[in-house]
Design a protein around this ligand. Structure first.
Ligand code: KG4
Ligand code: ZN
Length: 380
C-alpha cells in the first residue's frame, strides 16, 4: 500500500510544475467531485459534475473472491481494493470525460467498515488530493446511502423518513430539510441484509444471499411457509431479524433431507416476505408517527424486487411520495459518497487534510432506549 501511495504522490506532484500544493485550510471551490468507496467488498469511484449530476459510477465487485468463504474475508478485501482502486478511479475519469486536473474536491468513505479496506480508499484519496492540491472530505457510509435518495430525483422532498437497509444496517431516520437526521429506530440484532445473507446460506444459495433469495423467490409461493414477523410493541420502530432466521433453521431441521427446488423457492419466498413486510410496516409507521408524506428506502436491500413492489403499491395507495433509488445506487457505490461529500462541502463543512478512517459505528453503537430519538447527526 505504501508503495502505491508514494507512486501516486510522485506522479501527481511532479507531473505538473504549476500545480499549487495542498493547503488544508483552502476553501472548496465548487467544481466536479470524485467519490471513492472501499468500505467493504466493492471498490468504487464516481465523478459528479459541478451541479451534482452523475457523470460516471464505476463499481468493481469482489463477490467472486469471497463467495467460496460464504462471506467477506477482511484481509482479502483490503488486498483486492489495493489491486483495483487505481484502475477503477482511472475508469471513472475516462467515462466521465473529466480530467483529474479540473476536479474541485475528493470525497471518500471514512467508515464504518473494514479497517484495512477503508485504509486503501482513504490513503489513495489523501495522496491524490495532496498531489492535485484540492480538498478532501470524509463521508460516513450511512450518510452516503442516505444521499442516494436524491441522486436520481433531486426534487424528492428533503423532509422525509429514510430507511437504510444494508448488510450492516437497518436504521430508520427522520431527515430534515437542512440534512439533519434523527434516529427513530434500528435493529436489535441482525441487519436485514444479514438476515438475507444468512438465510441464503441455510438454503444453500451462496453469497451474496440477498440477490440469490430475490431471484429464486420469483418461482416460489409466499403462502406455503409463513415465517414470524417481529413487532415488539404497537408503536415500536425497532427491528429484529434473529427470530425469522431461527424459524428458518428449525423449519429446515424439521423438513430434513435434501430439498426439492420448489421447496427451496417456497421457503425463500416465505422468508423474504417476512423480512419485507416488517420493513414496510415500520417504515410506514414512522411516516404516520412523524406526520410525514415522503419515504426514501436506500441501501443494498432496497434493490429487493419484492420490497420495491410492496413499498410502491402501498405508497401509491396512501399517497406517499416514495424514493427508491435505481439499483446501481442501492448497493455500495461511490456516486452516493461523492453526493454526500458535495452536500457537506456546500453546507460549509471544512475539508479534512488529516483525515483518518473510523471503522466503528459512530452514530448508533451506544444508544440507550430513552435517548434513542435524540441521537442525531448533522448536515447529511
Ligand atoms: O448497501 P450494501 O451494498 O452494503 C452494505 O453497506 O452492507 O448492502 C449489501 C446487502 C447484502 O446483505 C446483500 O445481500 C443485500 O444488501 N442485497 C439484497 C439484494 N441486493 C443486495 N438483499 C435482498 N434483495 C436484493 N436484491
Ligand atoms: Zn452500504
Amino acid at each position: 500500500m505504501l508503495s502505491n501511495v508514494i507512486w501516486l504522490l510522485r506522479n501527481e506532484m511532479f507531473s505538473d510544475p504549476n500545480r499549487s500544493h495542498f493547503q488544508p485550510e483552502a476553501r472548496w471551490c465548487p467544481g466536479s467531485i470524485l467519490g471513492i468507496e472501499s468500505s467493504c467488498d466493492e471498490t468504487a469511484a464516481a465523478v459528479l459534475s459541478r451541479e451534482g449530476e452523475v457523470l460516471s459510477n464505476v463499481v468493481s465487485s469482489q463477490a467472486t473472491i469471497h463467495e467460496k468463504f460464504g462471506g467477506v474475508v477482511p484481509e482479502l478485501a483490503a488486498r483486492a481494493h489495493l489491486g483495483k482502486i487505481d484502475l477503477v478511479v482511472r475508469e471513472a475519469f475516462a467515462t466521465a470525460q473529466v480530467s483529474k486536473h479540473t476536479l474541485g474536491a475528493i470525497a471518500v468513505t471514512q467508515g464504518p467498515g473494514l479497517a484495512g479496506a477503508l485504509l486503501v480508499g482513504v490513503n489513495y484519496a489523501k495522496a491524490l488530493s495532496y498531489g492535485l492540491g484540492i480538498p478532501i472530505i470524509g463521508v460516513n457510509h450511512l450518510q452516503g446511502h442516505i444521499a442516494s435518495a436524491w441522486l436520481a430525483d433531486p426534487m424528492f422532498p428533503r423532509s422525509c423518513i429514510v430507511l437504510v437497509v444494508s448488510g450492516g444496517h437497518t436504521h430508520l431516520y427522520r431527515h430534515e430539510v437542512g440534512g439533519r437526521c434523527t434516529l427513530l429506530g434500528c435493529t436489535r440484532d441482525d441487519a436485514a441484509g444479514e438476515a438475507f445473507d444468512k438465510g441464503a446460506q441455510m438454503l444453500g444459495l451462496g453469497y451474496p444471499g440477498g440477490p440469490a433469495i430475490d431471484r429464486i423467490a420469483h418461482s416460489g409461493d409466499l403462502q406455503v411457509f409463513r415465517f414470524p414477523r417481529f413487532h415488539r410493541a404497537k408503536n415500536s420502530l425497532e427491528f429484529s431479524f434473529s427470530g425469522v432466521k431461527t424459524a428458518l433453521l428449525y423449519k429446515l431441521r424439521e423438513m430434513g433431507g435434501p430439498l426439492r427446488s420448489q421447496q427451496t423457492a417456497d421457503l425463500a419466498a416465505g422468508y423474504q416476505e417476512a423480512i419485507v413486510q416488517v420493513l414496510a410496516t415500520k417504515a410506514f409507521a414512522a411516516l404516520k408517527q412523524s406526520n410525514l408524506a415522503a419515504l426514501a428506502v436506500v441501501g443494498g436491500v432496497s434493490a429487493n424486487s419484492r420490497l420495491r413492489t410492496v413499498l410502491s403499491e402501498r405508497a401509491a395507495r396512501e399517497g406517499i411520495c416514495l424514493s427508491l433509488p435505481p439499483i446501481e445506487y442501492c448497493t455500495d457505490n461511490a456516486a452516493m459518497i461523492a453526493s454526500a461529500g458535495r452536500r457537506l462541502l456546500m453546507n460549509g463543512e471544512r475539508p479534512h487534510a488529516d483525515l483518518d478512517i473510523s471503522p466503528a459505528e459512530r452514530f448508533v453503537s451506544a444508544i440507550h432506549e430513552e435517548n434513542r430519538a435524540k441521537i442525531s447527526f448533522s448536515k447529511g
